[in-house]
Design a protein around this ligand. Structure first.
Ligand code: AMP
Length: 486
């Protein structure tokens, strides 16, 4: 079903991964491999666009990369030496194929394809303006706003139009674009979402994470810098810095949960950071227990760090089935509950009569913790001390990590003691915000100029959030009313 509400945007809930390769034989096959490695960033839909020197080819599908992009016929239909792709996840009703990226448009300058990771926090405001001026939107995704801004810019060259568009948007964006002339990759001035550059022989690759380079045997070249725009064409690679420099604020939740532990994000090994968070957690919040038990897989590196620091043995008290998706990545609340049971099972033989420290990376709604603590007790654990390898998640993310509205965040509604009682744990503790920064090699959070976006923990949003200002909302509905009345 297509939505009739142009502002029913689902971008608030988007999590994505992007990948692009310039000038390699059978680019689509390489893109498919890269997307495989980025599947954890979005599991609802995937898309690939290629350029064969004459034509663009696109295949977009709901579901995983495997099953859609490991098919010979699909890869053969995506001919060309230049290609890009996207994996996405969204939870709202609007999951139609028209929102699956890469998005594509024929502009005055020729074809233009775009894949976006992040969230534009003034997209609705810009969209309202564009619709008033006659733009006709094909999707409800915030990314399409970029295409319309490029199309309607008064600058002459495509790059100038693109920069003009970027200067009008706020929020988080790592982008890969393709035109007949070449590929463009860029990262917002704060570098909120990650983006790396790699090399496969003479081919240039861009990807959300380094694991996508590893999977296709590519070499890591460097991170795309916050605020940097890189073009790759027949005439070579060019780097532009079109924004006034500001202190970068990459997303700290990439380190905590979102990126794969075998990735290096902005120079930091995610695995090492997670282990170090576990060690901080052990120093800040020790517990008298027989075993340290991770909630797999996301709690594993922090649990190793906690066990090594505390001397309490690490054991696998929960076994995870790998044949179900991430619990969180299930659209409906009732399924999400079921998912926890499907995904995890207690190792009863180990747990009976034991006091355990249970480690997970985060508590969002509390669904996982509630079920897992109960599961541990059912399996005979005598004490369950829950330790969380991030500070309490008290604020929604408007920059591309799926978080529910504030009212659904457990830590926004309850004190830590109340949360402990709610999930049924004997004790509950979180790593401190300073502890999190120490794990990343800093003395603590630099309050005057933090090195990361940590808005989900602190509420300190590094950009304006035009669409989310209360004043902006009635106006959007006013426009809707006008449309209904017309
Ligand atoms: P919840 O069950 O709602 O408290 O969510 C916490 C669990 O979901 C933890 O086990 C995390 O590993 C995982 N998680 C946290 N944030 C996200 C996210 N943005 N997307 C998917 N899973 C998440």
């Amino acid at each position: 079903m297509l939505t009739t509400n142009p502002f029913d945007d689902d971008h608030l809930r988007e999590e994505c991964g992007i990948f692009g390769v310039y000038d390699v034989e059978s680019a689509a096959a390489i893109v498919a491999l890269g997307l495989h490695a980025l599947q954890h960033r979005g599991q609802e839909a995937a898309g690939v666009t290629t350029w064969d020197g004459h034509l663009f080819h696109t295949h977009r599908a709901m579901g995983h990369v495997a099953g859609n992009f490991d098919r010979d016929d699909v890869i053969r239909s995506l001919s060309g030496r230049v290609g890009m792709g996207h994996v996405r996840y969204s939870t709202t009703g609007e999951t139609a194929i028209r929102n699956v990226q890469p998005l594509f448009a024929e502009l005055a300058s020729g074809g233009f394809a775009v894949a976006h990771n992040g969230n534009i926090s003034n997209a609705m405001t810009l969209k309202r303006e564009l619709i008033r001026r006659g733009s006709i939107f094909q999707s409800t995704s915030d990314t399409e706003t970029i295409i319309h801004l490029v199309a309607t810019s008064s600058y002459r060259t495509l790059i100038d139009r693109f920069i003009d568009a970027l200067r009008r948007i706020e929020g988080a964006y790592s982008l890969i674009c393709m035109t007949p002339e070449g590929m463009i990759a860029c990262r917002d001035p704060l570098g909120i979402r990650p983006l790396v550059m790699g090399k496969l022989g003479d081919a240039t690759i861009f990807a959300s994470e380094t694991v996508a380079l590893d999977v296709c045997g590519a070499e890591f070249v460097r991170h795309v810098e916050p605020g940097e725009l890189i073009t790759v064409s027949e005439s070579g690679i060019r780097s532009i810095h079109p924004f006034a420099p500001v202190r970068a604020r990459p997303c700290v939740f990439e380190q905590v949960y979102f990126s794969r532990p075998d990735s290096v994000v902005d120079g930091q090994s995610v695995y090492s950071v997670r282990k170090a968070i576990g060690a901080e957690l052990a120093r800040e919040n020790p517990a008298d227990a027989d075993y340290v038990i991770p909630v797999p897989d996301s709690g594993v590196p922090a649990a190793i760090g906690y066990a090594q620091e505390s001397g309490v043995p690490f054991e696998l008290g929960i076994i995870r089935s790998h044949y179900v998706g991430r619990t969180f990545i299930q659209p409906a609340d009732n399924i999400r509950h079921l998912g926890v049971k499907l995904k995890h099972n207690a190792n009863r033989a180990l747990l009976a009569g034991k006091r355990i420290v249970l480690i997970d990376d985060s508590i969002v709604r509390g669904t996982t913790s509630l079920k897992i603590v109960q599961m541990m007790r059912d399996a005979g654990a005598t004490e369950v001390h829950m330790r969380i390898a991030s500070p309490p998640t008290r604020h929604s993310c408007f920059y591309g990590v799926d978080t529910p509205e504030r009212a659904k965040l457990l830590a926004a509604r309850m004190t830590v003691e109340e949360m402990a009682a709610y999930i049924g744990a004997d004790s509950l503790a979180f790593v401190s915000v300073d502890g999190l920064y120490r794990a990343m090699g800093e003395p603590g959070r630099d309050a005057a100029s933090p090195s990361h976006c940590d808005a989900c923990f602190t509420g300190d949003y590094p950009t304006t959030l035009t669409d989310h200002d209360e004043a902006a909302v009635p106006d959007q509905f006013a426009l809707l009313d006008e449309r209904v009345m017309a």
